[in-house]
Design a protein around this ligand. Structure first.
Ligand code: MLT
Length: 328
């Protein structure tokens, strides 16, 4: 019988799938010290979300028992891929399962910003009827700039087009045939995207190249006017990864009015510090990294990951192995 550790939770249906395939599943958060003491060495697979960090040191004390590391989600930034590759351990993820949920949250944040929904709710609860102060703007006719044009950005583009937005994107890694399938203006530089768009949504990974890609200089390039030269403000949404926006620069831009709204589901440091001045700003609203937190996404994530783990334990490389090219 194969042993699988599920450290950060997973849908019941996915656990059942593993058990039906004759795996013993242990659902339990494992403390860092126990991981460093080799708690995973008795397991064939470990399935984590974002709370458990799988470092080089943990991997080194977990071999040869541990055969696969699975991330029940998309981002694998909590797993040391280089170390896993050197030790010959495949790392698998579930890249497609949460796409629709993140698309919907992104659009919710865009709409929430433009129509002041969080502020409206807060003022209503406080007993105020702030109807006159809450005049928003429409998405219709505005330019949306998508940084990255992968699956989630493409989904956002489809919805935004249905709202009548003009779609722009910057993605240096996009195969040219993909952009052609969409009515999207591709930009050669990030600066050109910022100069053109009043609404920006981030859909790239956090890498050295994208760290603080959204900074004061770029925010200052945003035009604040729609294609008819009418003022509509500048708005930024990030439901991808924290650290891509320089939060200090964004706060300054909110303060000086260059940025009209900022909506974040992800933060440079999570959980975000409750005393962060960003959280006090009236034109900021946020959610605690809940992009993939829907019943549907979590079910799909769990089932996809259970299937990938079973493939890996049968000795094959799952299709969603992220370090495939580095495994010898
Ligand atoms: C992901 O990478 O799958 C998402 O950011 C969701 C998460 O980490 O919880």
């Amino acid at each position: 019988m194969r042993r699988v550790a599920v450290t950060d939770g997973m849908a019941d249906e996915a656990i059942k799938r593993l058990e039906q395939a004759n795996c013993e599943v242990v659902r339990q958060f494992i403390e860092l010290q126990d991981l460093l003491d080799g708690a995973l060495a008795d397991f064939d697979a470990v399935i984590v979300r974002s709370a458990t960090k799988i470092t080089k040191e943990i991997l080194e004390v977990s071999v040869p028992g541990l055969k696969v590391v699975a991330r029940a989600g998309v981002g694998v930034d909590n797993i040391d891929l280089d170390a896993a590759s050197k030790l010959g351990i495949p790392v698998v993820n579930a890249p497609r399962a949460s796409t629709q949920s993140v698309v919907e949250l992104t659009v919710a944040h865009l709409l929430g910003s433009l129509r002041y929904i969080p502020t409206a709710d807060r003022t209503l609860r406080s007993g105020a009827w702030a109807k006159k102060e809450l005049t928003g703007t429409e998405l219709y006719g505005k330019r949306l700039g998508l940084i990255g044009f992968g699956r989630i950005a493409q989904g956002v583009a489809r919805v935004a087009q249905a709202f009548g937005m003009e779609i722009h994107s910057y993605d240096p890694y996009l195969p040219s045939n993909v952009a052609k399938k969409f009515d999207v203006s591709m930009h050669k530089t990030v600066d050109s995207l910022f100069k053109r768009c009043t609404h920006i949504s981030i859909h790239c990974n956090l890498t050295d190249e994208t760290h603080h890609l959204v900074d004061s200089e770029r925010i200052s390039m945003m035009p604040g006017k729609d294609p008819n030269h009418l003022p509509c403000g500048n708005h930024i949404v990030n439901c991808a990864r924290g650290g891509i926006i320089d939060e200090t620069a964004a706060l300054e831009a909110l303060d000086n009015g260059q940025l009209s709204s900022l909506a974040l589901d992800v933060f440079e440091n999570e959980p975000v510090d409750p005393s962060s001045p960003l959280l006090q700003h009236p034109h900021f609203h946020g959610t605690p990294h809940i992009g993939a937190a829907t019943i549907e996404a979590q079910r799909r994530v769990g089932l996809d990951i259970a299937d990938a783990v079973l493939v890996a334990l049968s000795g094959s490389l799952p299709e969603t192995t992220v370090n495939r090219s580095s495994l010898s």
